[in-house]
Ligand binder design. Structure first.
Ligand code: PLP
Length: 378
């Protein structure tokens, strides 16, 4: 008998919902036109792209003219950092970000450093939170961009972005946020957050992979990363991925409608898992703030265990999770996020991330708890 597989890795990616696939279907072959074409085929595709843009803008509290389609979170982050710093090069050469950003931001920041820019990396407290005062202190005359993620992909900690935005606005510095883990999961409104640029990615909220958005507030100066045709008001060249754009808008609509209910259910399941785990395995250590975290995120370290080994053992039990540490050429490479929390090696090397989703049940979590007690070293 084949065992049922349990998927607890929704922060990595989510399945496309059947309603989303259905919405995309007509644009794969029937309505296949190029939105730039002036004939009927093209104009029908154009209407679908425009409607998707309107839906996404409405949900984010933005204007449709501020929504730019990209190939996903990575491109949006690259575009934000490279585009704004290039546009504002005459104004300054300093940016501020955090030590716990996704590699899409950190690697881009490294490129900027190679180009001679100064980058300040703000560290987090042991709960994974940034102190907005640290950002305030880091702002200098030559600061041209602040980039702070909305919620972290490993530990799920939600940053005090609105407070950071007030400081950025006061000092007239554009603020970008990587909201890839929050859009579709917790309320995200560009005005409430006070951001100038925001990255999102559809495959994190039950939409297709390879499609995302960069929100760019009107008036923000930015240079395009991808050169070519005049699509996306000359800010992102390349023929639009029409089916994926339509699917992303549908997925976001559904995510918005179901957000409150899903959030409550996932929070309950998350807290049930954490409480039960701690009663069964008292030395298990929860990473990140216990409450200021995404409803679906559990990140736990098990002293004396090895994260990647636990992941592989759980996989053999039919349970898919993720680990903070990767074993590269025999050495354990701990996550930069867990290191930033100031955790000792026995905790940075022994972490598992479990991220819940629409299909997660209490029975899945009970089975996972049982499997963990079985495979953990005694
Ligand atoms: N930023 C964060 C916080 C993420 O979690 C991810 C995906 O894992 C990305 C950016 C990259 O997004 P994409 O997979 O759409 O390129």
């Amino acid at each position: 008998m084949t065992k049922r597989r349990i998927y607890l890795d929704h922060a990595a990616t989510t399945p496309v919902l059947p309603e989303v696939a259905e919405a995309m279907q007509p644009y794969l072959s029937g309505t296949f036109g190029n939105p730039s074409s002036l004939h009927w085929f093209g104009q029908e595709a154009r209407r679908a792209v425009d409607a998707a843009r309107d839906t996404i803008a409405r949900i984010l509290g933005a204007d449709s003219s501020e929504i730019y389609f990209t190939s996903g979170g990575t491109e949006s982050d690259n575009q934000a950092l490279l585009g704004v710093t290039t546009a504002l090069a005459e104004k300054g050469n300093h940016i501020i970000t955090s030590t716990i950003e996704h590699q899409a931001v950190l690697q881009t920041a490294k490129i900027l450093e190679l180009r001679g820019l100064d980058v300040t990396y703000i560290n987090v407290n042991p709960d994974g939170l940034i102190d907005p005062k640290d950002i305030e202190k880091a702002i200098a005359e030559k600061t041209i961009l602040i980039s702070v993620m909305h919620a972290n992909n490993e530990i799920g900690v939600i940053q005090p972005l609105a407070e950071i935005a007030r400081i950025a606005t006061d000092r007239d510095v554009p603020l970008h946020t990587d909201a890839v883990q929050t859009v579709g999961h917790i309320p995200v409104n560009v005005d409430h957050l006070g951001v100038d640029l925001l990255s999102l990615s559809a495959h994190k909220f039950y939409g297709p992979k390879g499609i995302g958005v960069l929100y760019i507030r009107r008036g923000t100066r930015i240079v395009p990363l991808i050169q070519g045709g005049s699509q996306e008001r000359q800010r992102r060249a390349g023929t639009e991925n029409v089916p994926a754009i339509v699917g992303m808008a549908k997925a976001l609509e559904i995510a918005q409608e179901t957000m409150e209910k899903r959030g409550k259910e996932e929070t309950e399941l998350r807290d049930y898992f954490i409480t039960t785990l701690k009663s069964q395995i008292p030395n298990a250590h929860l990473n990140g703030h216990p409450v200021k975290r995404l409803p679906n995120n559990i990140n736990i370290s098990f002293p004396n265990a090895e994260g990647e080994l636990l992941l592989l053992k759980l996989d053999m039990e039919g349970i898919a999770v993720s680990s903070g540490s990767a074993c590269s050429s025999g050495a354990i490479d701990p996550s930069h996020v867990l290191k930033a929390l100031g955790l000792p090696p026995e905790l940075t090397q022994s972490s598992l991330r479990l991220t819940l989703g629409r299909s997660t049940t209490k029975a899945h979590l009970d089975q996972t708890l049982q499997a963990l007690t079985k495979i953990l070293p005694h």
